[in-house]
Design a protein around this ligand. Sequence first.
Ligand code: FES
Length: 164
Amino acid sequence: MTAPSTTTPASTTAACEAACPLHDRRSFLSKAFLASVGAVLLDACGDGQIGVTGPQAGALPEPLVVTLSAFPALAAVGGIARVDGGGSRPIAVVRTATDTYVAVTMICTHAGYRPIEIVSGRFICPNHGAEFSATGGWTGGQRTSDLRQYTVALDTVAGTITIT
Ligand code: FES
C-alpha cells in the first residue's frame, strides 16, 4: 500500500510561486492592474491608436505668404480656404473675425491622411471619419488630437498673411 501524499497546501503554494511568478500576489495584482489600464486605453481610442501615428504636420520649412484677395472664400468671416497651392503640406486658413485668421494643417492627426476635406465650415477626414472644427479642434468621429495650428501674421497694407 502506498503512503498518502504528505504535500500540504502551503508547500504546494510555495512550489507554485517559485515556478510561476504570476502566483506571487503582489506581482499578479500589479500585472492585472496594468492589463486593465491597457484595455481602458485601447477602448478609449477605438482602434488602439493614440494621437498621431502617421506623418506629422511639422513646422513649416519657410514662411508661407498668402495674398488674401486670391481666396474669395476668405472675404467673409467664417470662410475657409486651402492656401498652400496643392503641395504635400496642405494648410487651410479660416477667417475668424474681420482682422483675424487661423491657419491649420490639413493633415489628419489620427493616421496622417492628407488633405482632409473642408465640409460646411469644418474639416472631415475621409479616411476614418475624424471631424474637426474650423480652427482645428477635434469634435467627433475617430478619436484623435486637434489639428496643428500655425502662427499667422496679418499685413493689412499688403493684404497678406504670413503663416509660420
Ligand atoms: S487618418 Fe484616420 S481619421 Fe484621419
